[in-house]
Design a protein around this ligand. Sequence first.
Ligand code: DQA
Length: 146
Amino acid sequence: MDVKILVIHGPNLNMLGKREPGHYGTETMDEINRQMTQKGLQLGMKVDFYQSNCEGQIIDRIQSACDQYNGLIINPAAYTHTSLAIRDALLLLSCPVVEVHLSNIYQRESFRRHSMIADVVSGQISGFGSNGYLLAMDAVFQLLRS
Ligand code: DQA
């Protein structure tokens, strides 16, 4: 498999399954990661995963991903709405980047309706639950083919 993608899960996503299931569903992060690994086998993509609750660590991981991956899928969780630093780090990458949110951030509180990264990523998928990560893999696959 020569296509390698990285998936970054932001703060509190390690608590999926227990965390506000009405918004985020009942699947755990590990279950979502397993589904992505499976789909990666079908698409011919190797999928690496990273989760952190710390903004700086997420930035370090984005920086070290530079030139190492063909695509990035990122759910920055609450940092979506606040982090200029994650936005700046994403600008280092030249590969497709897909922003994912489990919930539809536009149907929630006003402070969730703005994403600091939406205008610097290839596209955003919001509101399809864990399926959003699988849709993001299709999006990366198509972007790499085109
Ligand atoms: C989230 C939406 C964010 O507003 C929230 O802070 C999260 C998860 C989502 O996946 O729906 O932690 O990114």
